[in-house]
Design a protein around this ligand. Structure first.
Ligand code: SF4
Ligand code: ZN
Ligand code: ZN
Length: 328
């Protein structure tokens, strides 16, 4: 019988890279400690800061929200706002939004929902069709824009997302293989913001395995969307990379953690912030590498007019109407 390394009772979960098991309670504590240590290690959340957490409804972001709320005293932020974007994906977005509100109610945090259909008149599937771009590419662009804009209008210091180690490692590998140094340089635990333009992004699950966060969500009985987005499409490089990484992890437990830390060290040596500082979009005032930002260009192409300014103004209205909670 595998025993819990903390209390000696029967282990419910085995963590291969620790080479040890944990009972349920000590497993939850272990994962929470790991997230808190990651936040401290990379100095993600200044004391007293205002934190926006992006909630998709999936296990990762919802579990992250629970951990941030549970360990608030230790982490030391001053205010927390959970933000969800309803992406208008039939059969999936309704469930994701239901899960979002359920967790908001359970945790009693300030919650803001942004509805893409209400903002633009269309959701991700139509934007994808009209632009001729893959759904995930359009979706990623829209989420980045909306989350940054709402974090700005809320006056947030930090924007947290639920990207875990497995995702980050695969993204890194893809960027290394395609020599995309600019994108690679953004895949860090903390992406520093630029005053008035971008809010600092943090990834508190940067050193947490996907398997561990899934087990955490199940063990703590958290409500999350179990199914996958019907529009999800993984390319061949991503599928093969994941399989290869898993094979190496099975052979050498802890491989993934060592690999991600090594890539990060390499990025630091090569110089952080390889990407140039963005300037302002001339139409909406949001960050852009060119005169017009990619969101304004996408909406102009698909909807006939650039919607950035309209979205930013609508988000300011939505943010001002949402009441505070006991955690704000
Ligand atoms: Fe958006 Fe793609 Fe994720 Fe679906 S799988 S929510 S389309 S990024
Ligand atoms: Zn125990
Ligand atoms: Zn713009």
């Amino acid at each position: 019988m595998v025993k819990c390394v903390k209390c000696g009772s029967r282990a419910a979960y085995y963590v291969s890279y620790v080479r040890g098991g944990f009972c349920r309670d000590h497993y939850l504590e272990y994962i929470e400690d790991r997230v808190v240590r990651t936040i401290e290690r990379y100095k993600m959340i200044p004391r007293g800061s205002k934190l926006v957490v992006a909630i998709s409804g999936g296990k990762d972001s919802v579990a992250l929200l629970h951990i941030l709320v549970k360990r608030r005293e230790e982490i030391g932020y001053g205010e927390l706002v959970a933000v969800h974007i309803n992406l208008g994906i039939p059969g999936y977005s309704e469930e994701a939004e239901r899960v979002f509100w359920e967790n908001c109610r359970v945790l009693n945090v300030r919650c803001i929902k942004v509805d893409l259909g209400e903002l633009l008149g269309v959701g991700v599937p139509d934007l994808s069709k009209l632009s001729g771009r893959p759904p995930c590419s359009v979706c990623g662009l829209v989420k980045r824009y909306v989350l940054n804009a709402i974090a700005l209008v809320l006056g947030a210091d930090v924007l947290a997302t639920g990207h875990h180690l497995d995702d980050m490692l695969v993204y890194m590998l893809k960027d290394i293989l395609s020599s995309n140094t600019e994108e690679l340089s953004k895949l860090t635990p903390v992406s520093k913001g630029v005053e008035g333009l971008t809010v600092t992004r943090i990834r508190p699950l940067f050193e947490v395995y996907e398997e561990n966060i899934l087990n955490y969500a199940i063990a703590s009985n958290i409500s999350f969307v179990a199914g996958e987005c019907p529009l999800k499409h993984l390319g061949a490089v991503e599928v093969e990379s994941r399989e290869y990484i898993e094979k190496l992890e099975r052979r050498t437990p802890g491989f993934k953690l060592t690999a991600i830390r090594n890539i990060l060290r390499m990025l630091r040596k090569e110089g952080e912030g390889l990407g140039a500082t963005p300037s302002k979009c001339q139409l909406c005032g949001m960050p852009s590498r060119e005169n017009i930002c990619s969101f304004c260009r996408l909406t102009e192409k698909t909807l006939g007019k650039p919607m950035g300014r309209h979205v930013v103004e609508s988000l300011a209205r939505i943010a001002s109407l949402t009441p505070a909670s006991s955690l704000s």
